[in-house]
Unconditional design. Structure first.
Length: 297
């Protein structure tokens, strides 16, 4: 066994990831063409269905508990990724990137995020295994992140310092036809820096749900794989999800309290999963039905 699974499982999973990335290119990467909304939503649905099939696979091979932990971690990571997409949207709009350029940046961003999340998960799990008091630090960090989201005004996803520096350095060099290599690399680095900031919230959150490295890693990767298609599917609707960050704050506070109080009380995984689903549904619906009416020209 290697980190919660056999070597064969690890190899098979990464082969599947490589195949999915290749198919992603075939579905979404169409030069000089806008991404079809149907294709983006369709591929997002396929990846979500594959994630649930993987949960069923875990249930059959490792038991019901790892499967429920996977689903909970996948939903938390996926919902936090939506908040990440707000920053990407603002960054791409401010830099004036066209659809093809967004394709390329997000592809390399996803590849970098996979490597970075693997490192974060291994480091975080090792710290929790060796030092019990790290639980309290991670839990407190999640509570601070929840407070930060509660104070965050809807529709205002502020870019990181790296993104602001990027805008001042190469905004004039990014054209609508061909992007200079230096500017492209800087934008990818800005995307990675943004994901790094969000990983500091999401990795402790999923480690509060499960300590099984295989479960935590695979749930993260499934969520990241759907990030590109979800961006293009939601790019026209992100501005209307104006209350979602309150739901994310509630979820982060919940998992933070769960991690801090783990020594005194235990919240069953099915209850955690149900709570996460209900909170996401409430705030998604609230965003839809309380959104200001569209203005007509």
């Amino acid at each position: 066994m290697i980190a919660g699974a056999t070597l064969g499982y690890w190899i098979a999973f990464h082969v599947a990831v490589a195949i999915l990335l290749f198919v992603d290119l075939a579905v979404l990467q169409r030069p000089h063409k806008a991404v079809s909304l149907r294709a983006a939503w369709g591929w997002t649905a396929v990846l979500a269905a594959l994630a649930f099939c993987f949960a069923l696979f875990l249930s059959q091979t490792q038991g019901k508990q790892p499967a429920l932990e996977f689903l909970s971690a996948y939903l938390v990571e996926g919902s936090l990724s939506v908040d990440n997409l707000f920053v990407f949207l603002i960054m791409f709009r401010s830099l004036g990137l066209d659809t093809e350029q967004q394709h390329r940046v997000l592809l390399w961003g996803v590849l970098g995020a996979i490597v970075m999340r693997a490192v974060f998960i291994l480091v975080g799990a090792s710290l929790l295994a060796r030092f019990a008091w790290v639980e309290y630090i991670f839990g407190a960090f999640l509570l601070v992140a929840a407070i930060r989201l509660l104070r965050h005004k809807s529709g205002e996803a502020e870019p990181s310092a790296a993104v602001r520096w990027l805008q001042s350095r190469c905004l004039q060099r990014v054209g609508h036809t061909r992007m200079p290599l230096s500017s492209f690399l800087l934008i990818v680095l800005a995307v990675e820096a943004t994901d790094l900031v969000f990983a500091l919230d999401s990795i402790p959150a999923v480690l509060a749900i499960s300590r099984d490295i295989f479960v935590v890693y695979t749930s993260n990767i499934f969520a990241i794989l759907g990030l590109r298609s979800l961006y293009f599917a939601l790019s026209g609707a992100l501005d209307r999800l104006r209350l979602l960050h309150y739901g994310l704050a509630v979820i982060l506070a919940f998992v933070g309290i769960k991690m801090i109080g783990n020594r005194w009380f235990h919240i069953p995984t099915p209850w955690s999963l149900g709570f996460i689903v209900i909170v996401l549904a409430i705030f998604a619906l609230a965003s839809r039905f309380t959104a200001p009416p569209k203005t007509t020209a």
